[in-house]
Design a protein around this ligand. Structure first.
Ligand SMILES: NC(=O)C1=CN([C@@H]2O[C@H](COP(=O)(O)OP(=O)(O)OC[C@H]3O[C@@H](n4cnc5c(N)ncnc54)[C@H](OP(=O)(O)O)[C@@H]3O)[C@@H](O)[C@H]2O)C=CC1
Ligand SMILES: CC(C)CCC[C@@H](C)[C@H]1CC=C2C3=C(CC[C@@]21C)[C@@]1(C)CC[C@H](O)C(C)(C)[C@@H]1CC3
Length: 597
């Protein structure tokens, strides 16, 4: 049972995202959450689940339970993940500890625990280690917790004798007291995407390019036959109704009380948001609705006829949404901001997005999560299918290459929605605010540019022998197996590093507590999932042939996007894992392509 807290109580509170506990004072206590003020120079206020707050007397008393009252887990596996003994968040000395193992020899055993006061050398190394941990710690949003003072560090060494497994493990629990830290989102000083000028150029170029690609999908880089198109020709009520109707339809599906509700990563204030994952159901319903529309002879090809108008509507919609998001974020508390979108420069912050998790309908509807996976991603599949339907109607026999690429892309989207909750740990959800980049990316770039190859193949049918088509299929399959295999391996490891199914994998410890895989897919290179994604991108484009440049935009853009993403992730991880990240880079040398890059 967590402690009862009264306003003004002196407590120890766990600093978000660390195993470090600090002096704090209770400001408010409500329904399982306690708002505390840390005794640091900034008097940082955080709201934490009550298990992360413990009365001071209770915390220091020998033999008392840990604040979280978690049972410490000991592992006795030979492999590295198994060797890790998860340090209890409790800094208290325990006289007895219940232990559990996760292997087949799993057994519950009372372990005899000897508590030793660390003498000077250990105490000194603990102080250094605690300081290093604190310096390396970065919160869920990539924010470094800056350390200014370490006034005292206490070390307890606990030796557990595991009778059942016959192994002896040593748990060192460090208590760092009165570390003065900050976790507020400071001004964003390191700007990526070329800073203010880069983001300004991208803000202008991205919509122009989407429009341009709409008119040249079937040709080279330039519009050869110049048709004069006025902006007023691009405004069409039917296009607005189709785009708006689709967005609302997807929003309704997303809000249906179907599918699992999962928790996202821990936020800076120690809390987690909940997300309803019913994306795969939304895809099935959308496909069924499309099938019904075709069967009922509803003119789905209107999407092809009004394509430029739809693209224009999507762009305008994304711009309006981004402006609304920017204005909304001006009224946000500091705690709600993304670390990367708080530079104070309107152009940069508008592009990157200021608010991390904008939600509406009383917090029930997460805009970024919804936009990233639903209207754009499922819309991309629908655009492909509308063009295939048009081809079937006009030519009787559809272009097999176009059908194959549409199937590959449906497969990719279905996979994303089947593993929907995996997106909750991607940098878009964890680090990036929701602004112009993601709004335009999700709602116009993905549905109207990612469909480039299928649109090209409809206008320029290519004929291939069955073994060439099989070759494309195998290439896509190989890419998919690498992409899915590596993403699932990492997800499984992050969910439970002691999963027996991962016992064959080697991992290395980091100063932030989490381990990093160094064998299996993640031993080949640091981003095997990007490699798989890229192989698929090429498998979707090769069928377009080499006569025209435009379809090749997608794999070229994707290389740039993923190389830049790998670079950004490297910066985040360096902050998060400190020197351990350098050791990891030494061990796993290549970024995306083993022995090449
Ligand atoms: N189709 C498209 O347009 C796009 C697709 N994608 C795809 O989205 C997917 C997600 O991409 P993204 O979020 O960028 O990156 P990753 O899925 O590669 O995630 C990077 C994070 O994984 C963790 N990690 C890194 N190395 C290891 C390791 N050795 N062991 C355990 N954990 C590790 C780290 O986080 P931590 O340690 O905190 O867990 C790191 O920050 C990719 O498959 C990518 O191809 C991405 C962009 C666009
Ligand atoms: C061009 C701009 C500078 C950037 C626009 C970027 C966006 C288009 C992409 C950023 C990350 C994305 C992801 C997917 C789609 C593209 C965007 C939005 C993703 C949903 C595709 C399906 C995958 O399986 C995924 C892993 C779920 C992807 C997550 C990232």
């Amino acid at each position: 049972m967590p402690d009862e807290h009264t306003v003004g109580d002196a407590v120890y509170a766990k600093w978000p995202q660390t195993n470090l506990w600090f002096h704090a004072t209770v400001v408010k206590s409500k329904k399982g959450y306690v708002t505390v003020r840390f005794n640091d120079e900034d008097a940082t206020v955080e709201t934490l689940p009550d298990k992360f707050v413990s009365a001071e007397g209770r915390f220091a008393r020998s033999g008392s339970k840990s604040p979280g009252r978690k049972r410490s887990r000991s592992r006795s596996r030979g492999r590295s993940p198994g060797r890790k003994v998860k340090a209890s968040p409790s800094p208290v000395k325990k006289t007895t500890t219940s232990t559990r193992t996760t292997t087949s020899t799993r057994s519950r055993s009372r372990s005899k625990t000897r508590v030793m006061r660390a003498e000077t050398p250990t105490r000194q190394s603990a102080r250094i280690q605690a300081k290093q941990i604190a310096e390396d710690v970065v919160d869920a949003n990539g924010l470094t917790l800056r350390t200014s003072t370490v006034t005292s560090v206490t070390t307890t060494t606990t030796v557990n004798n595991h009778e059942a497994s016959g192994t002896t493990t040593t748990t060192k629990t460090f208590v760092a007291e009165e570390l003065v830290q900050k976790s507020r989102v400071g001004k964003t000083t390191e700007k990526d995407f070329g800073g203010v000028i880069g983001t300004f150029v991208m803000t202008l170029v991205m919509p122009i390019f989407i429009m341009h690609a709409t008119f040249v999908a079937n040709s080279g880089w330039v519009i050869k036959e110049h048709k004069h198109i006025a902006v007023r020709d691009l405004v069409d009520r039917r296009a607005i109704a189709i785009y708006g109707g689709w967005f609302v339809f997807q929003a309704i599906l997303a809000m249906l009380p179907l599918g699992r509700v999962v928790e996202g990563v821990t936020l800076r204030n120690g809390t987690k948001l909940e997300y309803r994952c019913n994306g795969f159901i939304a895809l099935l319903v959308s496909l069924a609705a499309f099938g019904a529309a075709v069967k009922l002879k509803y003119p789905v090809t209107i999407v092809c006829d009004l394509f430029p108008q739809l693209v224009f509507t999507g762009i305008v919609f994304s711009i309006v949404l981004s402006v609304a998001l920017y204005i909304r974020a001006r009224g946000c508390s500091n705690a709600a901001l993304a670390t990367g979108g708080n530079s104070g420069n309107i152009i940069y912050d508008f592009f990157k997005g200021r608010e991390l998790n904008p939600r509406c309908f009383g917090g029930a509807f997460d805009l970024k999560f919804f936009c990233e996976l639903r209207p754009g991603l499922i819309g991309w599949v629908m655009v492909n299918f509308c063009f295939i339907s048009k081809d079937c109607l006009e030519n009787k026999y559809p272009s097999y290459a176009a059908v194959l690429v549409a199937v590959f892309q449906l497969w990719y989207v279905a996979d994303a929605l089947w593993f929907e909750e995996a997106i909750l740990t991607t940098m878009d959800i964890v680090h990036d605010g929701f602004g112009y980049m993601l709004a335009l990316g999700d709602l116009a770039w993905v549905p109207f540019l990612y469909s480039l190859q299928v649109r090209f193949l409809i206008d320029n049918p290519q004929t291939y022998s069955w073994y060439t088509l099989t070759g494309f299929f195998l290439m896509n399959l190989i890419g998919f197996l690498i992409f899915r295999g590596s993403n699932s391996q990492k997800d499984a490891f992050r969910k439970n590093p002691y999963d027996p199914a991962l016992a064959h994998l080697e991992s290395m410890p980091t100063s932030a507590g989490k381990r990093l895989l160094v064998s299996g897919w993640w031993g080949m290179c640091r981003h095997p999932n990007y490699l798989g994604d890229l192989i698929m991108a090429f498998a979707w484009t090769l069928p377009c042939g080499f006569k025209f440049a435009m379809p090749w935009f997608y794999p070229l853009y994707f290389v740039v996007l993923l190389v830049h993403r790998a670079y950004r992730d490297d910066l985040f991880c360096r902050k998060k894992y400190g020197t351990s990240w350098n050791n990891y880079r030494e061990r796993v040398k290549y970024q995306i392509i083993p022995y090449v890059y």
